[in-house]
Write a protein that binds this ligand. Structure first.
Ligand code: CAA
Length: 379
């Protein structure tokens, strides 16, 4: 087993690090305060090849492996987790599904511009009454002639008000339970597609989250992804990969919290010496360092299994569960080390805590990850 990154991975890490420092960091604080979407940054991420990292070059992507994506996601999220989730949704929740389940016409029309970063994607599974219990979909799709007519409501849609294309699940046959759920490709200007309320969030405020209404939304039948009834399988498969993305986002937030704590504890003096000399601080830093490294290893392992075409359901859930908890704890401890300075906007660590919390909620709460893991363990 080789723990060293390849030259290519180091290059991607450095590219992402430079981009985050030069292009993302200067506006991160302001965008968080104003809850402003980083449109220009997203365009530049596309030009860099980061919006379709794992998509084959044939379909406009960068043709990289999942580990490259994890490494880039960590670096981007370390500076701004809002940008991290925008990138993650486009890569793992939209491009992945289109590449794996789409036909050539769908790939040409939708995957190519998404992978090249010319268009932005969103994933619409959650509903007001179907969050953790994702099989309980109320949105319905009825085929009449050449069109499906979709009715219902979707919630918590990342990139929602900004996206061009949406992968959306709706029920085509209620009698079949989750086997009657299908996935559709929607365009924002389809008749009956309504962008709903933009959410005012605790964290990842520069990312965009909204609800979506489907009011007899008219979708051409060729926009069915895969076949009827495959929707829940597509969603679960997509989320297995998505959880690797969120684990890397959490890893980035944890690493940022930790680095801020190390720096501050070397600079800040109390009792005639830097606070880093106090064992109370040292133990916090040691715990952070161990948990971050463990999160990184879990996330890398899930990525490597995915690339080896091996089963990674359990490993991606483990990575997300552990890395998200690590991010929240690292941000909390970093604030504690900063004392009062950690509690005000002047230092970045209060944002890290606000951003970290969502990683324990979206793409399956920590409780759902435990269900996924335990089912795999007991199988
Ligand atoms: N991978 C592959 N298949 C899976 C799976 C997984 N992780 N989890 C479940 N399945 C399969 C099961 O094997 C089963 O198929 P078979 O009958 O063929 O074996 C089928 O799905 C139904 O599963 P269950 O019988 O286990 O159904 P359940 O209702 O008991 O549990 C659940 C399902 C695991 C709780 C699922 O509903 C779930 O993952 N919920 C969380 C949903 C979620 O993560 N939402 C996030 C929203 S997206 C988001 O946040 C995006 C964003 O914008 C950032």
């Amino acid at each position: 087993m080789d723990f060293n990154l390849t030259e290519e991975h180091i290059y991607i890490q450095q590219t992402a690090r430079d981009f985050a420092k030069n292009e993302i960091a200067p506006t991160a604080v302001d965008r968080d305060i104003k809850a402003e979407f980083p449109a220009e940054i997203v365009t530049k991420l596309g030009e860099l090849g980061f919006m379709g990292m794992m998509v084959s070059p044939e379909w406009g992507g960068s043709g990289l492996d999942t580990l490259s994506y994890v490494i880039a996601m960590e670096e981007i999220s370390k500076v701004d987790a809002s940008v991290g989730v925008i990138m993650s949704v486009n890569n793992s929740l939209v491009c992945h599904g289109l590449q794996k389940y789409g036909n050539d016409e769908q790939k040409e029309k939708y995957l190519k511009p998404l992978a090249m970063g010319q268009k932005l994607g969103a994933f619409a599974l959650s509903e007001p009454e179907a969050g953790s219990d994702a099989t309980d979909q109320k949105s319905v799709a009825e085929l009449k002639g050449d069109y499906y007519y979709l009715n219902g409501m979707k919630n918590w849609i990342t990139n929602g008000t900004k996206a061009d294309y949406y992968l959306l699940q709706a029920v085509t046959d209620k009698s079949k339970g989750y086997k009657g759920i299908s996935t559709f490709i929607l365009e924002r200007d389809f008749e009956g597609f309504e962008i709903g309320k933009k959410e005012d969030k605790l964290g990842i405020r520069s990312s965009d989250t909204c609800s979506i209404g489907l009011n007899n939304c008219k979708v051409p039948k060729e926009n069915l992804l895969g076949s009827e009834g495959l929707g829940f399988k597509i969603a679960m498969d997509t989320l297995n990969g998505g959880r690797i993305g969120i684990a890397s986002q959490a890893l980035g937030i944890a690493q940022a919290s930790y680095e801020a704590a190390v720096k501050y504890s070397k600079e800040r003096k109390a009792f005639d010496a830097p606070i880093a000399h106090l064992q109370a601080i040292q133990f916090k830093l040691a715990d952070m360092a161990v948990n971050i490294e463990a999160s990184r290893m879990l996330t890398y392992k899930a990525a490597l299994l995915k690339d080896a075409n091996e089963k990674y359901i359990k490993e991606s859930a483990m990575a997300k569960l552990y890395a998200s908890k690590t991010a929240v704890n690292a941000a909390l401890e970093s604030i504690q080390i900063h004392g009062g300075y950690g509690y005000v906007r002047e230092y970045l660590v209060e944002r890290y805590l606000r951003d970290a919390k969502i990683t324990e909620i979206y793409e399956g709460t920590s409780e759902i990850q435990k269900i996924v893991i335990s089912r795999e363990v007991l199988r």
